[in-house]
Design a protein around this ligand. Structure first.
Ligand code: HGY
Ligand code: MN
Ligand code: MN
Length: 418
């Protein structure tokens, strides 16, 4: 059963760190930290300072990915524990940082108990998981597995700046070193993350484990019509790009509603010229489509593209339908899921529910180079990507204790040096 009190110094420190990190923002009055932004750099410097306070040897790369290494005396490849520190716009303070701060706290807790890990553990903080700036997710962790390919490097943000240009001109080059994990170079990658759903809260449980993470496709659609006078252009003559986009958005929603558990979202829409008395001539909007099955995700994507092209044709609009990124569904490592579930059960006194993740995580990317598994932590009303995102200090203590138990057990488990 739980031994770590919610008012234990290690928990109090982690709680304070989550809240002070949550105050480092690019926007006044709300939490937003996007890739290579000033607030992201301030947050990175703060996390590195905390890693050093924890006795970890630190490194950062040019993207702002961070590593705090606990050097063990053993010979195993390091155990990786991490998450991201970038956020969405007007975000909550736990999505991402929970996994970073809790990883540090687990190391601290073990050290305070005289059980400092015999093997190496890397705490990782990825610079861009949400993909808000470039609408291409996992830029940080992809760089850490050497997968920042030409297509991703050439992706442009709203100002037309490519990922490569942003890294070259805005990157953190002073003192940077590569943080890359080739396949087999780590023992496993573990991530503690808020559930961002209601399963745990509805079951009155604090922690669960994640057997799989759904596939997701991100795209951008551009509709071009004709900007013209709102007062003198008769309706039948218009080529209104925003009206066309509105019809597409409802068609996308309709397709998703017919194919549960498919989800499809248009999260951002820009209109030109954007004057109240001008017929919109151009409209760009994002597309985010997800499904646990890659095949059904592709079928849905084809149906969405067909619908958008038909709508554009019926309105005499030009259409660009661009897929920016495809991420396949991934399965967690069964053995590590069982290890995490056992630790959750011991610490919480309740069995750990298996909760497939509809949200993407850096664990998707890291699963390409190491066995991956995740722990979900209850968040109030399942709310996330929202300033009211919240957890309890009691659950934080359970999460930290579970991570510490997993690290300790891993260090003392038999190791085949094959
Ligand atoms: O979009 C996601 O699933 C995650 O929050 N990046
Ligand atoms: Mn996240
Ligand atoms: Mn998120």
């Amino acid at each position: 059963m739980a031994m770590l009190a919610p008012d234990h110094p290690v928990v109090l420190k982690a709680w304070d760190r989550l809240h002070s990190l949550g105050a480092i923002s690019d926007d006044a009055g709300r939490l937003t930290r996007s890739f290579l932004s000033p607030a992201s750099r301030r947050a990175a410097e703060q996390i590195l300072a905390w890693m050093e306070e924890t006795g970890l040897s630190t490194a950062h790369d040019a993207l702002g990915n961070l590593r705090g290494r606990h050097e063990g005396r053993g010979s195993r490849p390091p155990l990786l524990i991490g998450s991201h520190y970038d956020t969405v716009v007007d975000a909550g303070k736990f999505d991402g940082p929970l996994g970073i701060i809790s990883g540090m706290a687990a190391i601290e807790l073990l050290a305070s108990q005289g059980r400092s890990p015999e093997e190496s553990v890397d705490i990782l903080a990825f610079a861009d998981e949400e993909g808000v700036r470039f609408h291409a997710t996992y830029l940080g962790s992809r760089a850490c597995i050497g997968e920042l390919d030409e297509a991703l490097l050439g992706t442009r943000d709203a100002r037309g700046i490519t990922v490569a240009e942003a890294i070259a001109h805005e990157g953190w080059h002073e003192g940077a070193s590569e943080i890359v994990y080739p396949p087999g170079s780590a023992s496993a990658y573990l991530e503690l993350h808020i559930e961002q759903g209601r399963v745990l809260e509805n079951a009155s449980l604090a922690l669960g484990v994640v057997p799989s993470i759904c596939g997701q496709v991100r795209g951008r659609i551009e509709l071009r019509g004709q900007a013209e006078h709102a007062g003198t252009t008769p309706m039948p003559l218009r080529r209104d790009a925003l009206a066309g986009a509105a019809e597409c958005v409802l068609a996308i929603e309709g397709i998703a509603k017919l194919h549960d558990p498919l989800v499809a979202t248009v999260g951002k829409l820009d209109v030109w010229p954007g004057a109240g008395n001008s017929v919109p001539g151009e409209c760009h909007f994002t597309l985010d489509v997800r499904h646990p099955s890659d095949g059904q995700l592709e079928d849905a994507l084809k149906a969405i593209e067909r619908a958008c092209r038909e709508i554009a044709g019926s309105r005499r609009l030009e259409i660009v339908f661009e897929i920016l990124q495809r991420g396949a569904a991934v399965q967690a490592d069964d053995a590590w899921v069982a290890t995490l579930a056992a630790a959750v059960a011991e610490v919480t006194g309740s069995p750990a529910p298996r909760i497939p993740s509809g949200a993407g995580h850096d664990a998707v990317v890291m699963s390409a180079v190491a066995p991956m598994a995740m722990i979900f932590l209850r968040c109030r009303a399942g709310l996330s990507h929202h300033p009211d995102e919240s957890i309890t200090r009691e659950d934080l203590a359970l999460g930290i204790e579970t991570l510490a138990k997993v690290i300790d057990r891993w260090c003392n488990s038999p190791y085949n040096h094959s």
